[in-house]
Design a protein around this ligand. Structure first.
Ligand code: ASP
Length: 294
């Protein structure tokens, strides 16, 4: 397939943490609506970077997923959020780790990318940066965060369940972008940072492929994560095989994960070795698909 100028592609995920037997209808309806909105933007010529940011910002704010509003407190009793974004054309990237009480961590991550010479800001420094640039703060943290779909309040306190959101896109100019955002794992220690805000493990984008990961972050980091898939792909390994190899390594180390990827030809991959992965995908060649389990 050649990369025609009018080609576009999109994949979204709502995390690789769904539990078999639970109902994710509300999530699937939301992903469907959001994917259609993103398609309108991409077919209208909006950049992959903008669409990824818009998609992840909506996934953060809706409260249906373990990211942004749907995040749980750490063991110290407050919510810390992680996010990152990367532009394949410029290879510019930004992330925030363990940031508190901003509505759209992904927008702050883009701010780090565009307004600083750094790639990652963490903790109070990330918060101070976000505040000084006027990013929207959570007005009432005690009443903002909510229990996402498919998770019980008990699980949010002390299980090792997890969730994340992410988006990857190819736009009509041939540019790729990727973004990921999470509240992390439930019951995490104060200051714990997983793969999601890290450019390389959790999010990667170059001029060949855009990748967003979800799953047990410690295992994803130790398996090499998104950039290891991209390196294998650039060296000629087919995209699905490169993803399966990384997922196999995560499993070998004791974790599970899910991957969404879009390559420069508009080819989409949504693969996981967890019970399921909430996901939606479409392209100028492929009609919308929305699924949680197989
Ligand atoms: N990767 C995320 C983390 O470890 C969690 C997830 O994707 O479900 O923070």
């Amino acid at each position: 397939m050649s990369n025609s100028p009018k080609q576009y592609a999109l994949a979204l995920h709502g995390g690789a943490g769904p539990v078999a037997g639970r109902n994710y209808d509300a999530v699937e309806a939301h992903l469907e609506k959001l994917a259609r909105h993103c398609e309108t933007l991409l077919s209208g010529g909006r950049s992959a970077l903008d669409v990824v940011e818009i998609a992840v910002a909506e996934l953060e704010a809706c409260g249906l997923y373990v990211a942004g509003r749907g995040s749980a407190a750490n063991t110290a009793g407050y919510v810390e959020l992680d996010a990152s974004i990367m532009d394949g054309t410029t290879r510019m990237a930004g992330g925030v780790a363990a940031i508190r009480d901003f509505v759209h961590p992904i927008r702050v991550a883009r701010g780090v990318m565009e307004k600083t010479s750094h790639v990652l800001l963490a903790g109070t420094g990330a918060g101070a940066f976000a505040r000084s640039h006027g990013f929207e703060e959570v007005a009432d943290p005690d009443n903002y965060y909510t229990v996402p779909v498919g998770v019980t309040a008990d699980e949010m306190r002390d299980s090792h369940a997890h969730g994340t959101v992410g988006a990857v896109a190819l736009d009509q100019s041939g540019a790729l972008a990727a973004g990921t955002s999470t509240g992390g794992t439930f019951g995490k220690l104060e200051g714990r940072v997983g793969d999601t805000p890290l450019i390389g493990p959790g999010t990667w984008c170059d001029d060949h492929v855009a990748i967003s990961c979800t799953g047990t972050g410690e295992h994803i980091i130790r398996a090499g994560g998104a950039v290891s898939i991209a390196c294998a792909y650039r060296s000629g390994v087919p995209l699905d095989k490169a993803i399966h190899d990384m997922l196999d390594e995560v499993a070998r180390l004791g974790g599970d994960a899910g991957i969404i990827a879009v390559d420069h030809n508009g080819r989409i991959a949504t693969l996981y070795n967890s019970d399921g992965m909430k996901r939606a995908s479409l392209s100028s060649q492929q009609p919308l698909q929305v699924k949680t389990f197989t």
